[in-house]
Design a protein around this ligand. Structure first.
Ligand code: PRX
Length: 637
């Protein structure tokens, strides 16, 4: 497969960029023409950021799975679509060709239909990283059901919140999931989530760990049994549902600065076009390359660069069930050697954690197949960048530092491997079709180079979020109301003298812990659920491996037991309410929080203390009780 939209050199980048700004509709119309449409669009783009109302490929009809599967069968049918590496290296891996994947998706799409799932229904998917997860996602898309994948590390309460918000009546899960030396009982977490959710009609359970599970009569069914039923029905095919370009494809929940995660909605056509376009261009994918993205499909990176982007491009995508450090810290390097991986796409946190094991685990592995390295999810520090470059890429592989978000659907700012130069710790340049701007507090655009400000985008790209599920106003207020006529990213950035962007991090109350987004308000709400907690304030602080750690200041009432035990109780509460990923790294008990006379918590002070700053805390004269600050400084952990 060749890609008509693949940019081949620096001059090609420049001319594509110019065209994308002077004639965005012409530019995207050309890119979209290389996909399979049931009916071509009438108009490329209709938009305003005021409401917002954004429509790409207006009245076009398609199904994304026909682009990911059917259209490849003639030429790539016997080529691997998914290579699956299990958690345990002793277990056999699986290779699923495009033909196999087509068959499995069709079969499971028929299972969904048999169980009553219809176009537009929301299906919650809570699974480990097994091929059935990708199959479930694609099967939903095949029949036009809207998937909402929830990462396997979220708690029963978080699942229940998401089920309610999306009114999801169907769930696909596993008995359990293997992750390193752990065996996570997913179905049992689902059972807890469903105690109060009576509207869920069906739970389809795939077997993986053989952990004992309780199956509720009439509601819970086994994946394998349901497959057998459709097998006996004859025709294994499942015709793809014809979707409008703007029909929703999926919902993915992500944290914002309020206590409640938002259901980001992506639509069929724009998302397909942009993820494929960015996949091919950023990584400079060549037919036959093996692409290994280490993310979990529970996050946007997995949606866009394990499943949809690579498959629509006819690529071979490697899916890994385990963790980078089990059975040992050479796991990634084993996999690269075993499958002769060409592209490795991972997170700075993983790189930093592997750096900590020294070069021993890297040695003895043949990494010469690697051509391109990528990072995503958080700023990469220079030390980690150089380690990745020297010891993994052996200074011959470009590193693409890809900046993007759940809301953007695909990479917006990044160098393109071998086409535009990288620069340590810089995401560098926007992809053609993306128009970033930096603005000051008042929304005034900062022109020229050598400036820093808040990062906004001033023209839509095809995979921009369309709404937040069930609450369009929330989408408007969050992203389109801060600055007029711009999408506000929530990130700060600087533009260097050459025009390269460096993302400096979130400017709102969102933390980025190991590349995972967590709202401080969410963690505070969870801590405050503990019976003994009076109030709390959560801030981020620099963490050597995770990028940011979670620091919680807690005002506690009567303690039962000592402080250490109480800390454990609070961690347990957060695990119950959100999941282990949101557990604070540090908890400091305080007798009060620094507040202004109007009752507002002065987070600036708390942030500085958490960062280790004790001197220049700024103006504290407006505080209700300045004495609190001394106590907080003295008690710092
Ligand atoms: O702060 C930015 C950071 O991750 C945030 C988006 O998180 P999420 O929606 O979970 O998506 C992560 C995967 C795309 C951004 O607002 N971020 C993402 N990529 C980078 C980054 N920060 C710096 N450099 C990056 N390459």
């Amino acid at each position: 497969m060749s890609y008509s939209f693949q940019i081949k050199d620096a001059a090609g980048y420049q001319s594509a960029y110019k065209k994308s700004v002077s004639d965005p509709e012409g530019f995207w119309g050309d890119v979209a023409s290389s996909f399979y449409w049931r009916k071509k669009w009438d108009k490329v783009l209709d938009w305003n950021f005021k409401e917002p109302n954004i429509k790409w490929f207006v009245n076009g009809k398609l199904n994304i799975t026909e682009n990911c599967l059917d259209r490849h069968l003639g030429t790539l049918g016997n080529r691997p679509a998914i290579i699956w590496e299990p958690n345990d290296p002793e277990e056999h891996h699986r290779v699923i060709t495009y033909r196999d994947l087509y068959n499995k998706v069709s079969q499971f799409a028929n299972v969904l239909k048999n169980n009553g799932v219809k176009k537009g229904d929301r299906v919650c998917i809570y699974m480990g990283m097994i091929p059935e997860l990708a199959i479930a996602v694609l099967a939903c898309a095949r029949i036009g059901a809207i998937h909402s994948v929830v990462f396997g590390g979220f708690s029963a309460q978080s699942i229940a919140d998401r089920l309610y918000d999306a009114n999801a009546e169907y769930i696909i899960t596993c008995d359990g999931a293997f992750r390193g030396n752990k065996d996570i009982p997913l179905k049992s977490v689902i059972d807890d989530a469903l105690v109060g959710c009576r509207f869920v009609k069906k739970v389809i359970v795939a077997t993986r760990t053989r952990t004992p599970v309780s199956m509720l009569k009439g509601r819970d069914v086994w994946w394998e049994d349901e497959i057998k039923k459709v097998e006996t029905m004859g025709n294994p095919d499942c015709p793809a549902e014809e979707m409008d370009a703007e029909d929703p494809l999926f919902i993915l929940y992500t944290s914002g600065s309020t206590g409640k995660p938002k259901g980001v909605v992506h639509s069929c056509a724009g998302y397909m076009v942009y993820t494929t376009y960015s996949f091919v261009n950023v990584f400079q994918y060549q037919p036959g390359d093996i692409h290994f993205c280490t993310a979990d499909i529970g996050w946007i990176t997995g949606h866009s660069y394990i499943v949809y982007g690579p498959l629509a491009a006819g690529a071979t995508t490697l899916m890994f069930e385990g963790v980078p450090t089990w059975p040992d810290a050479g796991r990634f390097w084993d996999i690269i050697d075993k499958y002769k991986v060409n592209i490795l796409y991972t997170a700075p946190t993983a790189i930093r954690s592997l750096m900590g094991f020294g070069l021993g685990p890297v040695q003895g592995h043949d990494l010469s197949s690697l051509k391109v390295l990528g990072t995503v999810g958080e700023p990469i520090n220079e030390e980690a960048w150089h380690w990745y470059d020297e010891h993994i890429g052996k200074k011959r592989c470009p590193i693409v530092d890809t900046w993007w978000q759940t809301e953007t659907g695909g990479v917006l700012i990044s160098n393109m491997a071998g086409i535009t130069p990288g620069k340590p710790a810089h995401a560098t340049l926007p992809l053609p079709g993306v128009q970033p701007v930096l603005v000051d507090e008042k929304g005034v655009e900062l022109e020229g180079n050598g400036v820093s400000g808040n990062l906004c985008i001033k023209h839509p790209w095809p995979s921009i979020l369309r709404t937040t599920y069930g609450d369009h106003e929330r989408c408007r207020v969050n992203y389109f109301a801060t600055y007029e006529n711009m999408y506000f990213t929530g990130d700060g950035a600087l533009r260097d003298e050459e025009g390269n962007y460096r993302i400096t991090g979130r400017v709102d109350d969102v933390l980025n812990v190991s590349g995972h987004r967590i709202g401080t308000a969410e963690v505070e709400n969870a801590i405050n659920m503990h019976a003994g907690v009076v109030e709390s304030a959560v801030v981020g602080y620099p963490h050597d491996i995770k990028g940011q750690g979670i620091y919680a200041y807690v005002v506690f009432g009567q303690m039962h037991g000592d402080e250490a035990l109480t800390r454990q109780d609070i961690l347990q509460t957060v695990t119950r309410v959100i999941g282990p990923i949101a557990k604070p790294d540090k908890i400091q008990f305080v007798s009060g929080l620094p507040k202004t006379r109007s009752g507002k918590i002065m987070r600036r002070i708390l942030r500085k203390v958490a960062e280790g700053e004790t001197e220049n805390l700024g103006d504290t004269s407006t505080l209700l009780d300045p004495g609190v600050v001394e106590e907080i400084k003295n008690g710092k952990i």
